[in-house]
Design a protein around this ligand. Sequence first.
Ligand SMILES: Nc1ncnc2c1ncn2[C@@H]1O[C@H](COP(=O)(O)OP(=O)(O)OP(=O)(O)O)[C@@H](O)[C@H]1O
Ligand SMILES: [Mg+2]
Length: 391
Amino acid sequence: MLPRLGSVFKDESKLDISYVPRRLPHREKELRILFEFFSFLLRDPLRMTQKVLIVGDVGTGKTALAQKFGEDITRLGGVNIKYVHVNCRQYRGSLFLLLSNVLSAFHPSFPKRGLSAEELLNILLQVMDEQNVYTILTLDEFESLIDKEGSEAVYKLTRLQESRIGKPHRISLICILKNLEFLNTLDASTRSSLQSNIVYLERYTQDQLVDILNDRVQIAFNPNTVPDDTVNLIAELAHSEGGNARFAIELLWRAGKYADAEGMRVVTPDCVRKAASSTFAMIRKSDLVQLNFHEKLFLLSIARFFKENEEAYASLSEIEQAYAITCEEYGVQPYTHTQLWNYLQNLSALGIVKKKVSIAEGGRGRTTLVYLPSISASELEKELVELLEKN
Ligand SMILES: Nc1ncnc2c1ncn2[C@@H]1O[C@H](COP(=O)(O)OP(=O)(O)OP(=O)(O)O)[C@@H](O)[C@H]1O
Ligand SMILES: [Mg+2]
């Protein structure tokens, strides 16, 4: 694609979410660990399988890391190693749909109707035997599969070889998930079959985000269009959004669009600020207006909690305490726990807040944790205070 005359961009596609960068700064170590786990593949693949979990928060590079590893290992390992990456959520967590897709990668026209997931799995292994390939299957957003299919499906996937004694091993698994706690919903033996090798991806620090952004600036923008200050500001904002590289890259792209729209030659920090606040205004304002008075107070309390605390998650009782204080400030009686629980469901359905269930060690006791997606707590607070004044 020819760059547009006068645009700050050289190649916008390098900022696309599906683009897998050639280099992954600050994930070199994790890439090496993956290679260690799979080093047997380069020596004697057919005698072993491996199961690896990649765990990390939103935008910590899980998908990118796995894809990069897939590219590298297939290049080094020759024709017999195939890397297949499937996103479980895309198949609504259905093992059947997911396996049909994997099978299509080997045998595009195979008729799958009327077959069970288990039969598909056997056919898949048979086809791999025939083609003499070894597959690394990555199950991205693995939570979705657990959610839909539970232990049995996961168990089947992890114990494939047990019904194939004496035959060559064919499939290794990489499962990607945001939080290990999700595995607590699996039964103990399935869980233990999965949990041996884990690669944790920490949230990116601000400096790391600067490096990641600078790499993208090089390949996506014309020379001297993105000053250091701009990159630093984006890194700072993305760091406060939980060290989320996706947020950083999206904001970089939006700020560039903003500069182009204004006919500017340089992406200034102000383009970043405008891009950041305009996305917020576009997606959320209409949702916020519709909330009722106490829902607004409740959400305001969530925003304030995260503004005042470094924590990524808040328990419902912490939010309730903050809500009681907000009610006092607005001179109203707080609503009951059940009422607040319903508000939380509504807010999370709207995507304004997110929640997850955390299960205590040993499976006893569940706590609901609340967190904010890519919304800045202070922006949210500001919006709500303004809206409440109009009430
Ligand atoms: N170390 C890195 N270097 C360069 N780009 C990166 C790096 N880490 C992440 N990215 C980029 O940031 C974006 C988000 O990364 P990715 O999709 O891999 O995150 P994720 O952990 O899979 O997030 P989610 O949990 O939401 O699926 C992608 O565009 C990816 O290319
Ligand atoms: Mg991902």
